[in-house]
Write a protein that binds this ligand. Structure first.
Ligand code: ADP
Ligand code: MG
Length: 213
């Protein structure tokens, strides 16, 4: 099943994305990218598990950027992640690939001025990368921005997001986003919480775990 020679364009990504990857030294897709990207491009939901450092960020960032070119209206994708540090790392990867698109990415995390963040959100970023607590604060405190039109919801480090401590904030966020969207879950480990998600996931959800290799 694995075809080691698959290139980024073989996965259905545009040539400009493959070129941007090449420029930053990302030459060939990793296994999680090879397996998940074609399903995401086709419009499916996806759960992907592979250890830290296996390239999960680009596994969702590349197909999202690919789609963004077709439909650049409003906040396009919301990426949730458990820590500030991860939020900045994810935004960096979007920015480095998306720079020829004039991509606008906002990082919404705790410890920064709420007003400045609100102004940033009102400029309609394409991609919002956030920790749940701060994003829920914005949703509860004002309506300068809306998540009603997002096309993608990504839960990065999904096992950590779903382990319980973010439940209240996630509820606020999930109530603010459209039901019709693509949902992408990525995680390094398959925890009980992710197992439960898998158990209730629609049979159309593509589930790939590195142990499948
Ligand atoms: P994970 O989220 O799985 O822990 P990351 O997405 O943060 O891992 O990727 C780890 C590093 O690998 C990053 O520096 C990223 O730029 C790099 N990387 C991602 N995909 C590839 C690839 N196909 N080829 C080479 N390097 C890659
Ligand atoms: Mg990661």
């Amino acid at each position: 099943m694995e075809d080691e020679k698959k290139s980024f364009t073989d996965l259905g990504l545009s040539a400009w994305i493959a070129r941007q990857c090449d420029l930053i030294g990302v030459k060939n897709p990793t296994p999680i990218q090879k397996n998940c990207i074609p399903h995401i491009i086709k419009g499916g939901d996806c759960i992907g598990c592979a250890k830290t450092g296996s390239g999960k960020t680009l596994a969702f960032a590349l197909p999202i950027l690919n789609k963004l070119c077709e439909d650049p209206y409003g906040i396009f994708a919301l990426v949730l992640t458990p820590t500030r540090e991860l939020a900045y790392q994810i935004a960096d990867q979007f920015n480095v690939i998306g720079k020829t698109l004039s991509l606008r990415t906002s990082v919404i995390v705790g410890g920064m001025d709420m007003m400045i963040q609100s102004q940033e959100l009102s400029r309609k970023p394409h991609i919002v990368v956030a920790t749940p607590g701060r994003l829920a604060d914005h949703l509860e405190s004002c309506d300068t921005f809306s998540l009603k039109r997002i096309k993608f919801l990504v839960l990065d480090e999904a096992d950590r997001l779903l382990e319980g401590r973010f439940d209240h904030q996630l509820k606020t966020i999930f109530e603010s986003i459209p039901e019709k969207r693509q949902t992408l879950l990525f995680s390094a480990t398959l925890s009980d919480s992710l197992d439960r998600v898998k158990a209730i996931a629609d049979e159309k959800v593509f589930i790939w775990s590195a142990s499948n290799e």
